[in-house]
Design a protein around this ligand. Structure first.
Ligand code: ATP
Length: 370
């Protein structure tokens, strides 16, 4: 006689396969099943699941985060115990995956991506900190955001985001590294901190081109370019490579900083690059206990620069210990301490960042007579 209380298995391999197959690869942003990475799923009668995931490379840096995501998806689908094993894709599987991604329109930059080149006249005014925090603030508002660290000789994006590893390469293109919801690419992912980067001219241009074209940015809404300070080779290369970029000029309130920032503004004007606006950083020092603001670097530099360039002053970010500490800790202040005065000033910038389109009037068209 059949027992009335025969227990039904809590789950089956179909349910676990469906749940795990929908888990997104953190860098390819597609389901594991769609990517061909879900190799095997077995569920025993007690509901214990054994899952095999095929990684793109043996040394995949995302192994542990994938293990966690797969385990929780299988548990949510009713598995009582979960064992995740990893194998590596064959060369043929990798080629197939790369081919599939290569064929997608999403590779490289999308024509709808808004691009902002964050520039300053001189170093140390907080251009990279502004870039990193603006990126996180935009990502938190639900946009797909990328940062290309084009400050090739003084890269600081890896440090500001607390990332120290090589990006995954997949048959001819690279996957950006994702941190705090932002997709990142930097020369700093490929060289040691102590190693000098000696790129110039054509080599530099080629490297920047690769970072734009051979990186799987995947349909970004916004790309921020962290330029080296001043008006050099990188700025000119990027203007050529990303003609839709708009300039975001960062300055401190000091007259000296404002004057050199104005040079960058003039370079942009000469190249017919639109200017989205001015960001004044280190505007005043706010006392943590009494709230008094002291204008350590003077006042008015941001406003004067904005007037000179005929664009809005978008925000004034105070000198704030929270911002410096967050930078040192590798967690942008917008994520670490969103109520800090510097973080709210960056949030204002993200909310009011103008959409600027480059006018084509008067521009030479890339046509040639054959
Ligand atoms: N508003 C701020 N309050 C406090 N510290 C800040 C602020 N903005 C930047 N800093 C700190 O100032 C230092 C320089 O900042 P950052 O590296 O962003 O400047 P930069 O203009 O990109 O410099 P470089 O062009 O030389 O790379 C960092 O230590 C950063 O944490």
């Amino acid at each position: 006689m059949l027992s009335k209380h025969r227990t039904k298995p809590r789950t089956d391999s179909g349910a676990v396969r469906a749940a795990v197959g929908a888990v997104e690869d953190p860098e390819l942003h597609r389901g594991l099943a769609e990517l061909g990475m879900l190799r095997d799923v077995e569920v025993d009668r007690k509901g214990g699941a054994r899952i095999e995931i095929a990684l793109t490379t043996q040394a995949c840096p995302l192994r542990e985060s994938l293990r966690e995501a797969v385990t929780s998806a299988a548990t949510a689908a009713g598995a009582t115990a979960v064992e995740v094993g990893f194998s590596t894709m064959s060369e043929r599987e990798r080629m197939e995956l790369a081919g599939r991604i290569r064929n997608e329109r999403a590779r490289g930059l999308d024509e709808r991506t808004r691009v902002y080149a964050v520039a300053s006249g001189k170093g140390g005014v907080g251009k990279s900190s502004v870039t990193a925090n603006l990126a996180v603030a935009l990502a938190r508002s639900g946009q797909r955001v990328g940062v290309l660290d084009a400050d090739v000789w003084g890269f600081s994006i890896p440090h500001l985001f607390g990332v120290r590893r090589n990006p995954v390469a997949l048959n001819g293109f690279m996957l950006p590294i994702e941190a705090h919801g932002v997709r990142l690419m930097s020369v700093g992912f490929f060289v040691d901190d102590a190693e000098p980067v000696v790129w110039r001219g054509p080599m530099l241009h080629k490297a920047l081109e690769q970072f734009l074209v051979d990186v799987h940015w995947d349909a970004l809404d916004v790309l921020l370019l962290d330029l080296p300070p001043g008006t050099g080779d990188v700025a000119l290369s990027l203007l050529e490579l990303v003609p839709q970029a708009a300039l975001l000029a960062v300055t401190t309130p000091q007259p000296a900083a404002q004057t050199v920032a104005a040079r960058v503004g003039r370079m942009a004007r000469d190249q017919r690059m639109p200017i989205a606006g001015v960001v004044e950083n280190m505007s005043s020092l706010v006392c943590g206990s009494c709230g008094t603001a002291t204008p350590l670097f003077g006042t008015g530099g941001g406003q004067r620069l904005a007037e000179e360039l005929g664009v809005p002053l978008l925000t004034q970010i105070p000198l704030d210990t929270a911002m410096r500490e967050a930078g040192d800790a590798g967690i942008p202040v917008v994520a670490r301490d969103p109520d800090a005065p510097s973080a709210t000033a960056v949030a204002k910038l993200a909310a009011e960042l103008p959409v600027v389109r480059r006018g084509l009037a008067g521009m030479p068209l890339p046509l040639s007579v054959v």
